[in-house]
Design a protein around this ligand. Structure first.
Ligand code: H79
Length: 686
């Protein structure tokens, strides 16, 4: 008896001990992490749903029609007024099964829906707030119905949950325009408890949840401590769940990556953009609207075409990412007609071609002129899916730089898998295609190859500019260390007899450089070429009477593009060191015309970069070098020019209508790396 009780006590002690040691979900083996990410990497395609009170005004407020889910903030709607939408939210046509069917038929494998957006309204029945679906005339917990329908149909149910909350009294900061909502007594930690309580509801009442997609983390009150706390909380309730990077801070804006080594969530979230290349070793998902808004906007008919959407999905898969494509349902509970059509089109394509998207890895090619590539490992080799966006006129699909041995090729949409003829020309495989594409948007060619893909990119011919005055240094660069570069300077295709590239070339005459990678005496890459042209520099002047700085004239006026100054009287005339009158000004509706000279230190080719918000134009020696006119944000345009040492006449015209102001001039040459043109280079006649 005594022995038993000792054993029992021991057991209880061990159990208590276990309880006291919470699992640290941030410490996970790569194997466990990969296992957790597996379904998500396989899925590649999901549906985002932005639905809430904002779908009632449907984008319109006081005659303005460009709002959506940010309407309360952007139209400065007082909280009491916004709260009235609760009684108007009555989605009588909502049918969870229909929504899930549409996602599933489109080929989507998961649905991420706004359990709460920035406005703070909860689309589920929460016992921690009355600002929820249960307070609407509809009353029904739409998230419960959706979760049940998802589980029934093998679709992963996922929540988008905003950290930022414009409704909760404890959330800080208030919006800058909200003068009537006092912060007295507000306690951010209490808000975090509220957030956790709601997450507990969302992760215990709705079955298995695939992803928690946080947002609104960029405000000053959020930090990585909170981020970790929330992450642990979420994983402790559903250990297999996947959490996006916006649970914590440190996101690179809309590019969406978080490079924190210690803790950056489970995947990155590029928003409204597709990264230029894949990000090896990093999971990411591009989220994107079908038109211009996330929430329903009844005026926004600017929908991407089905062709664009299918190519975007392909592009993303070819870079190793997921595509989370947004729907903004109407307040009555139905999807916009345009969205339904596009989902159907994508589904049609996915039914035939889904194999080339699901579970694929990023392309082994840097660039393919006719489309994209995805790949899958198979026994004994690799299956390449060649996504043909632009059907070759020759009906020969050229796959450049592919060193691998081909096994066979066929069209994915061909039920008979009839073999396509494959030939090799130098580095490239060439696949014979039928005269017409099977799908004008994206026809997929399957190419099975032995082993892992061996791809040789064309070398890169690199120089400051394709023009020079006396001579130019040219480098030829390649990405791997296996091959040898051979080049020609007479316009011919490099052969095994052509010289090996060993050090930078110095060209003194007009030349066409061609370069190819060789292995064992055979060309293995496509040939890169670049033409270098010899030019005469503009003559420099030397003038005695000049004084430092540029002369400027300031004009008031409201323009959408640069004015013709003749007939205008300047309000101010002065001397400028560095465009600070334009760059630092907070004024609206004006134009400044800068005139004088730029001192060029040494004869050479210069690239100028003109950044302005709004429009500007750069003249050198009375000729337009950069035309950056028109209304726009701070963007940069560049121009290339050969200049002799000395003074050159320079004029920069600038105008600003409204919004931010900026005006910057940078330069670069073979000797100068890109920098602001120093003020000491500017002169004017006195
Ligand atoms: O839910 C949708 C939008 O309502 C929401 N995210 C998608 C998925 C969204 N919130 N804000 N924005 C989109 C745009 C705002 C971006 C900015 Fe920023 C916030 C600019 C400055 C602060 C992003 C975060 C860039 C820097 C920090």
């Amino acid at each position: 008896m005594k022995r038993i009780s000792v054993v029992l006590l021991g057991l209880i002690w061990i159990m208590l001990g276990c309880k006291q040691q919470p699992v640290n979900y941030l410490e996970e083996t790569p194997e466990a992490h990969n296992a957790r990410m597996e379904w998500w990497r396989e899925a590649r395609f999901g549906m985002f749903i932005h639905w809430g009170l904002y779908s009632v005004p449907a984008g319109e407020w006081k005659g303005q029609t460009h709002y959506a889910e940010w309407i309360r903030n952007n139209a400065h709607i007082p909280l009491d007024t916004y709260n009235l939408f609760v009684k108007q939210f009555n989605p009588v046509n909502f049918n969870a099964e229909r929504w899930v069917d549409m996602a599933k038929d489109a080929g989507m494998k998961y649905i991420v829906i706004t359990s709460k957006h920035h406005d703070g309204f909860c689309l589920f029945d929460s016992k921690y707030t009355d600002f929820d679906i249960a307070s609407t005339p509809y009353k029904r917990d739409v998230l419960k119905e959706l979760a049940d329908a998802c589980h029934k149909n093998d679709i992963k149910m996922c929540w988008y949950h905003s950290i930022m909350d414009w409704h909760h009294p404890d959330y800080l900061p208030r919006r800058s325009w909200e003068k009537d909502r006092s912060t007295e007594g507000a306690d951010f930690n209490r808000y975090v408890t509220y957030l956790k309580n709601e997450l507990t509801e969302l992760l215990t009442h709705y079955g298995e949840i695939g992803v928690l997609w946080f947002d609104g983390e960029w405000e000053s009150t959020w930090n990585s401590e909170y981020g970790k706390e929330i992450y642990q909380h979420v994983r402790s309730l559903q250990p297999k769940i996947i959490v996006n990077n916006r649970v914590t801070v440190g996101r690179s804006g809309m590019a969406g990556t978080t490079k924190e080594k210690e803790f950056g969530g489970d995947f990155g979230t590029p928003e409204q953009q597709i990264p230029a290349t894949g990000i090896p070793g990093y999971d990411w998902e591009t989220c994107m609207t079908m038109n211009n808004h996330w929430g329903y906007n009844k005026f926004d008919k600017n929908f991407k075409s089905s062709k664009q959407l299918i190519r975007m999905l392909t592009d993303i898969a070819s870079k190793g990412g997921n595509f989370l494509l947004n729907i903004g349902p109407k307040a009555d509970g139905t999807f916009p007609h345009e969205a339904i059509v596009r989902l159907k089109d994508m589904g049609k394509w996915m039914k035939v071609n889904g194999e080339s998207i699901y579970g694929t890895k990023a392309s082994p090619f840097k660039i393919l002129p006719w489309g994209r590539c995805t790949q899958k490992t198979m026994t004994g080799g690799t299956r390449l899916y060649l996504h043909v966006f632009y059907w070759p006129e020759s009906n020969e699909l050229v796959v450049p730089g592919l060193g691998s041995k081909p096994i066979r090729a066929y069209l994915l949409a061909d039920p008979d898998q009839q073999e396509l003829k494959i030939a090799r020309h130098r580095d490239a495989l060439s696949i014979s295609l039928p005269a017409q594409p099977l799908d004008p948007w994206n026809t997929v060619v399957v190419l099975d190859i032995e082993g892992e893909p061996v791809v040789y990119d064309a070398p890169v011919i690199s120089a400051f500019a394709p023009v020079f005055i006396n001579e130019i240094k040219v480098e030829i660069i390649k990405g791997e260390s296996v091959s040898t570069i051979r080049y020609t300077l007479d316009g011919s295709e490099p052969s095994v007899q052509s010289p090996k590239y060993e050090q930078p070339l110095t060209l003194k005459d007009e030349t066409e450089v061609h370069a190819t990678c060789f292995v064992d005496g055979e060309p293995v890459s496509s040939t890169a070429s670049m033409h270098f042209r010899k030019v005469k520099p503009m003559t420099g002047r030397s003038l005695d009477e000049v004084k430092p700085g540029l002369m400027y004239h300031w004009y008031d006026g409201k323009w959408d593009s640069l004015p013709a100054y003749s007939g205008l009287t300047p309000k101010i005339t002065g001397v400028s060191e560095n465009f600070s009158e334009a760059d630092n000004s907070k004024d609206d509706n004006f134009s400044i015309d800068y005139q004088g000279f730029i001192q060029i230190p040494t004869t050479g080719v210069y690239r100028f970069y003109l950044t302005s918000d709004d429009g500007s134009r750069l003249y050198l020696n009375e000729k337009v070098l950069i035309d950056h006119d028109g209304l726009h944000g701070a963007t940069t345009k560049s121009g290339l020019v050969a200049l002799e040492q000395g003074l050159h006449s320079l004029r920069i015209s600038y105008f600003e209508k409204s919004g931010n102001n900026s005006l910057k001039l940078e330069w670069a040459s073979q000797d100068i790396s890109k920098e602001l043109v120093p003020s000491k280079q500017f002169y004017h006649y006195h």
